[in-house]
Design a protein around this ligand. Structure first.
Ligand SMILES: [Fe+2]
Length: 376
């Protein structure tokens, strides 16, 4: 069971969010300032209109959401048949790499029964990231897509994202026709790699997460994934023992500041949360590293230099671990499902010709992270 977590006074947590080794880095959403509705709907000289205008982002700076409340999450992977007879009966399955990821053809996510969805939760937890090809997911009514995702947990409303009109629960990744983000970004940075798990500053970060392509460049914009269970296991038993019981502050402050500075929205006031450095998956029982340079700020009880030193080692370990990473290529009809509790990922900003890239994410929240006793 989950051990009781020590809570720090809010003031102390807030000071930790400003004094850790966070390396918040973002350049992927142009926000309302860069969005050109006419270019999206009508196309430009260089590009056709957006394929999915119903998914174009909208922002309402007046609309504010209250703080999220804790809820009881139930992981349906617990009810899955581990032979996957419903999910995989017509599937062509191929391993992405030796250590993470599966490619699936012959399955239609929109047609899964309840048993199939239970198996999906377990299959994704075991394999960390799964690319489903030739899906009709993007063609569903947005509410139908949300209904499928909602089976896996309470929908998260992203604090700084725009959403399709009427569907704030859908997180959009959108770079419009003739986008200049890449050119601007590389004036300041040498690479676009930003390892993270999504919104780990929440008290209950997401679990089974869906991201699907609506429009994309002819090449580029792949997504990198890292198996955080494998990253944990690669460490020596002595080092794992040292990590056991440590907790860190995760902060939303920098993301909110970044959005405000770019003329974007902040729909919910930023928070910070304390999570264990190593978390246990509620269904597989596997332990995974749970830190990332985007949102983790400070290890509780360590002095700043000590915290920076240990976090820097873990970030390097995750970033350099190509032997437990995969690179997912997008294609029309692709839905990528990952378990955000046991993976990290990074977008890549590697195409510079202004082609549109448009994806939608459905982000069910899961349990509060916990760590089971050290087992050597
Ligand atoms: Fe992400």
């Amino acid at each position: 069971m989950a051990p009781a977590l020590v809570e720090l006074p809010p003031q102390q947590v807030l000071s930790f969010t400003k004094s850790g080794s966070g390396e918040y880095k973002e350049a992927f959403n142009g926000g309302p300032k860069a969005f050109r509705q006419d270019a999206e709907l009508q196309g430009t000289e260089k590009q056709p209109p957006a394929k999915y205008p119903n998914y174009l982002p909208t922002w309402n700076p007046e609309k504010k959401y209250p703080p999220l409340e804790l809820f009881e999450h139930y992981d349906h992977g617990k009810d899955a048949n581990a032979a996957f007879p419903n999910l995989l009966k017509d599937a062509k399955v191929a391993e992405m790499t030796a250590n993470i990821g599966m490619e699936i053809e012959g399955v239609q996510l929109s047609k899964l029964t309840e048993e199939g969805k239970n198996e999906l939760a377990l299959f994704v937890a075991q394999n960390k990231v799964v690319a489903f090809r030739n899906q009709d997911f993007a063609d569903l009514h947005i509410q139908d897509a949300l209904n499928i995702g909602g089976y896996f947990g309470r929908h998260h409303i992203h604090p700084t994202s725009g959403g399709p009109a009427g569907f704030p629960q859908v997180h959009l990744v959108h770079r419009g026709a003739d986008d200049t983000t890449s050119r601007d970004f590389f004036e300041e940075r040498t690479n676009s790699v930003t390892w993270h798990s999504d919104v780990t500053y929440e008290k209950q970060p997401p679990g089974t997460t869906f991201l699907y392509l609506l429009d994309g460049p002819s090449a580029g914009g792949d997504t990198l994934f890292c198996n955080q269970v494998a990253a944990y296991r690669r460490l020596s038993p002595e080092f794992r023992k040292r990590l056991h019981g440590l907790e860190a502050v995760h902060s939303a402050v920098e993301q909110a500041d970044n959005s405000r500075n770019r003329g974007g929205v902040v729909r919910r006031e930023p928070i910070s949360s304390i999570h264990p450095l190593v978390r246990t998956h509620p269904v597989t029982g596997e332990k995974a590293l749970f830190v990332n340079p985007q949102f983790t700020r400070r290890i509780i009880g360590y002095k700043k230099e000590e915290s920076d030193f240990l976090l820097k080692f873990l970030y390097d370990h995750i970033a350099k671990g190509q032997d437990f990473q995969a690179r997912v290529k997008w294609a029309p009809g692709t839905v990528v499902v990952w378990d955000n509790r046991v993976t990290a990922h990074s977008a890549l900003l590697d195409w510079e010709d202004g082609q549109r890239r448009h994806l939608a994410r459905i982000t069910p929240q899961a349990e509060r992270p916990y760590e089971t006793p050290f087992d050597g």
